[in-house]
Design a protein around this ligand. Structure first.
Ligand code: GAR
Length: 216
C-alpha cells in the first residue's frame, strides 16, 4: 500500500475525489496526509471531515526562499513515510532539486489538454484559441510548470457559448474521474517512464474517438 500526500492551496475538490477513491476496497494507495501551504484553504476542513490527517505549512513567511519551505515540507513527508505526492491545485512552484528528488513519484493535474494552455487561465486560453475539445491532464511533475510525462487525459467538448466558468465546471468533472485512475496506475506500478513519455503497462484500453461539434 503506497502512502500518498496530497498538497493543496484551496478548495481541494480533486483532493476529495482522491480521498473518496482511495477509500474503496482494493485501491493500491492510502491518502495518509493532506498538506496545505495556506491556513485558510477550505480543503483542509474537507480532509479532516474524511478523517485524513492534515498539516499546514505556510509558504508565505518563506517568501522567495523556496528551498527553506521545501526543507520543512520534506521533513513532514519523511515523518509520515510518504511514497507518492499528488498536487491538487497547489499554487506554489518548487525548486528543481525538490522536483528531481520526487521525479516519477509526484503527479499534478492541470485543466487543459497539455501541452496546450499551461499556466494561468487555461480555460480562457482555450476559449480564445477556439478549440472544440478541451479537458484535463494528469502528468508527472518536472521543473517546468504544467509540463512533464503525461499519464492520462480526459476530454470534453467546448460549446460556442461556453464561458471560462462553464468550461471549468465541465472539465472539473473529468478531473475528478482521471486523477484517481492515474494515481491507481502509479500506485500499482503500472506506469513506465521512457524519456519524456509515460507508458501504461497494465491492461488499459484506448478510448473511442471524440468529435466535437457533432451534427445532430
Ligand atoms: C483544478 O482545476 C486543477 O486542475 C487546477 O486548479 C484547480 C484546483 O481545484 N490546477 C492548476 O491549474 C495547476 N496549474 P481543486 O482545489 O478543487 O482541486
Amino acid at each position: 500500500m503506497r502512502r500518498v500526500a496530497i498538497l493543496i492551496s484551496g478548495r481541494g475538490s480533486n483532493m476529495t475525489a482522491l480521498i473518496e477513491a482511495a477509500a474503496a476496497d482494493g485501491f493500491p494507495a492510502e491518502i495518509a496526509l493532506v498538506i496545505s501551504n495556506k491556513a485558510d484553504a477550505p480543503g483542509l476542513d474537507t480532509a479532516r471531515a474524511h478523517g485524513v490527517k492534515t498539516l499546514v505549512i505556510e509558504s508565505k513567511p518563506f517568501g522567495k526562499d523556496r528551498a527553506g519551505f521545501e526543507t520543512v515540507l520534506q521533513q513532514a513527508l519523511d515523518d509520515h513515510k510518504i511514497d507518492l505526492i499528488c498536487l491538487g491545485g497547489f499554487m506554489r512552484l518548487f525548486t528543481a532539486d525538490f522536483v528531481r528528488h520526487w521525479y516519477g513519484r509526484m503527479l499534478n493535474i492541470h485543466p487543459s489538454l497539455l501541452p496546450s494552455f499551461p499556466g494561468l487561465d487555461p480555460h480562457g486560453q482555450a476559449l480564445r484559441a477556439g478549440v472544440k475539445l478541451s479537458g484535463a491532464t494528469v502528468h508527472f511533475v518536472i521543473p517546468e510548470t504544467d509540463a512533464g510525462p503525461i499519464v492520462m487525459q480526459g476530454a470534453v467538448g467546448v460549446a460556442d457559448d461556453d464561458t471560462a466558468d462553464t468550461l471549468a465546471a465541465r472539465v472539473l468533472e473529468i478531473e475528478h474521474k482521471i486523477y484517481p485512475q492515474a494515481l491507481r496506475l502509479l500506485a500499482m506500478g503500472a506506469l513506465r517512464l521512457e524519456g519524456e513519455r509515460c507508458r501504461t503497462t497494465a491492461g488499459a484500453s484506448l478510448c473511442d474517438e471524440l468529435i466535437s461539434p457533432t451534427i445532430i
